[in-house]
Design a protein around this ligand. Structure first.
Ligand SMILES: Nc1ncnc2c1ncn2[C@@H]1O[C@H](COP(=O)(O)OP(=O)(O)OP(=O)(O)O)[C@@H](O)[C@H]1O
Ligand SMILES: [Mg+2]
Length: 273
């Protein structure tokens, strides 16, 4: 376990390419303070994320994980500090950053196919290439047979697959997931975890995943961020645990045990468990 330290300043370490250093991080978080009213939720959270990384975010309930994702997504803009995507400030919602929530949030009056293509409005129906891309995405998430179904006709796991397809449809560079699998059974969860990783790797998507599941965090992530919470000084990053094991990983991989206990100890250290 190690306390996170921002990597060496890439701006001085790498040669410039059209003004952008070659090894520049995709995401730069510099969150000085996030308050709700008088409550200080997050403070001094500085991190960098490289393109293609999968980061799991864990911490006690109420420590600010969802708030952190909302800040990164541009949904939450009232805070001191900044978030940069490719060097540009994130100032609102954008197609570069997708968000998948705990509950699928599909539009009940639209079919699965229409939900996935929703972002393009009605125009995609006249574009065979877009219709093909939706069909491919549905195949990727195992929903080919349910494209014409309404959300109420889907199981919880199928609905979350549909939400995943919709989240990936805009081909975001960063995908934020807030406990996306917590409402489904253990077998479906494992299938959805494998699916997420496969599809994210296929599309080169960078992933930040909030989870309460230590196995989920260690099986999927390249790094696990452990957040603490302090009512007076605000919560921040207590540990940044690297998991340098090749992906995809077998769940019973013995090497995972060491990392699992590192995450467990870090959570115990911040009194999250
Ligand atoms: N819109 C809001 N207005 C006021 N306080 C808020 C608001 N949203 C969140 N909070 C408070 O901010 C803190 C962090 O909330 P957040 O939802 O980010 O926690 P979390 O780590 O995601 O928790 P959980 O694991 O339970 O989902 C909590 O104390 C919560 O009560
Ligand atoms: Mg939350």
């Amino acid at each position: 376990m190690s306390v996170a330290r921002p990597p060496e300043d890439a701006r001085t370490a790498a040669p410039a390419r059209e003004g952008v250093p070659l090894d520049a991080p995709l995401l730069e978080l510099a969150i000085q303070r996030k308050r709700f009213g008088t409550a200080l939720i997050l403070a001094d959270l500085h991190q960098q994320v490289r393109a293609g990384e999968v980061i799991a975010v864990v911490g006690a309930s109420g420590c600010g994980k969802s708030t952190l994702l909302r800040i990164i997504s541009g949904l939450e803009q009232r805070y001191e500090g900044h978030v940069l995507l490719d060097g540009q400030p994130v100032t609102g919602l954008s197609r570069d950053i997708g968000f998948i929530f705990q509950e699928p949030r599909l539009f009940p009056w639209l079919t699965v196919t229409e939900n996935v293509g929703f972002d393009l409005g009605r125009t995609w129906r006249r574009q065979p290439a877009v219709a093909r891309r939706i069909a491919e995405l549905l195949a990727e998430v195992g929903l080919s047979a349910l494209g014409d179904a309404l959300p109420k006709q889907l199981s919880g796991g199928q609905a979350q697959r549909g939400a995943s397809a919709r989240g990936l449809f805009t081909q975001p560079r960063v995908l934020l997931l807030d406990e996306p699998f917590s409402a489904v059974d253990a077998f479906t969860r494992m299938a959805l975890q494998d699916l997420l990783l496969r599809v994210a790797r296929h599309h080169g998507t960078t992933v930040l995943l909030v989870t309460h599941d230590i196995d989920e965090a260690t099986t999927l992530a390249d790094r696990v961020w452990v957040l603490d919470s302090h009512p007076d000084t605000g919560g921040s990053l207590a540990a940044d645990i690297a998991i340098p094991l090749p992906q995809p990983r077998q769940r019973d991989l013995s090497a995972l045990a060491t990392h699992r206990s590192a995450v467990l100890h870090a959570l115990q250290a911040v009194h999250a468990i």
